[in-house]
Design a protein around this ligand. Structure first.
Ligand code: DGL
Length: 275
């Protein structure tokens, strides 16, 4: 049958765009796929320009803008999830101004959920230098400062070690930065709740767990972000379809391929992206 005379295939499905500086956003993508199994996703790992956490805001804003522009022009995305705390802190307001009609869901360290769980009222926050130094994070901590004591630890090099899957460095940095954050435990004066304020860190939660002990609660934002995305989605797919996932990388595609296989059980080609 000639394509133009075939039956109407129905509206073309618009995917949800998701990006991070690298593989860390897979921790968010995993929760998104569980919450929205019928939706299509396009994931961009900006590994060619990572890490974001120790770069200035201008770099992160420029990268976030270039990726969002590409996702809109090439894929006509219906919503954008910034699966990166650092990019959210630096660029979410710029992106919302530039694309007022696009639902944009950002990620920030989960201090409020941590507050709801902590009994000792001592909470550790591990994140990038960029996130912890941002005005957005400063305002969040200040608004909660009378309710708990927050020990905020910038973790230079940890996201990069995870990106490179450098196991010995990951082990050393997890031990070093948890020690630097404070004393963990469930007794008075100890940190009983640790916020993973960078989307790369849930990928090494087993290693962090070894350092903080079995009773400390590790908090990440994947599920909350997925629920928020569901609420903001302008279109929903039919429940009888299985969503797809397209993987793009501005750096070494094999890093994203291996990480997606390991963390999401996805076995599919990663396309190179030049933006
Ligand atoms: N995954 C990013 C975040 O959540 C940062 C990693 C990086 O430094 O590039 O902040």
């Amino acid at each position: 049958m000639h394509p133009q005379t075939g039956s109407d295939p129905g509206p073309v499905k618009r995917p949800i765009g998701v990006f991070d500086s690298g593989i860390g956003g897979l921790s968010i993508l995993k929760a998104l796929r569980a919450e929205l199994p019928h939706e299509d996703f396009v994931y961009v790992a900006d590994s060619g320009h990572a890490p974001y956490g120790e770069r200035d805001d201008a770099h992160v804003i420029a990268r976030s803008s270039a990726i969002t522009g590409h996702l809109l022009a090439r894929y006509n995305i219906q919503a954008l999830v910034i699966a990166c705390n650092t990019a959210t802190a630096a660029a979410v307001s710029t992106l919302r101004l530039a694309y007022p009609l696009l639902p944009i869901i950002g990620v920030e360290p989960a201090l409020k959920p941590a507050l709801a769980l902590s009994k000792t009222r001592r909470i550790g926050v591990m994140a990038t230098r960029g996130t912890l130094g941002s005005a957005k994070f400063g305002a969040l901590v200040a608004s909660l400062a009378d309710q708990a004591e927050f020990s905020c630890q910038p973790c230079d090099g940890l996201a990069d070690a995870i990106e490179r899957q450098d196991t010995s460095k990951i082990i050393a940095l997890c031990a070093y930065y948890t020690r630097a954050t404070g004393r963990f435990g469930i007794n008075t004066g100890e940190i009983d709740t640790l916020v993973l304020g960078c989307t790369h860190y849930p990928l090494v939660s087993d290693e962090l767990r070894k350092s903080v002990g079995p009773n400390v609660q590790l908090i990440d934002t994947g599920e909350a972000v997925a629920r928020q995305t569901r609420r903001q989605l302008p279109e929903h797919c039919a429940a009888d379809r299985v969503g797809t996932c397209r993987l793009l990388s501005t750096g070494d595609p094999s890093a994203l391929y291996l990480a997606a296989q390991r963390w999401l059980g996805l076995d599919q080609a990663v396309h190179s992206l030049l933006v």
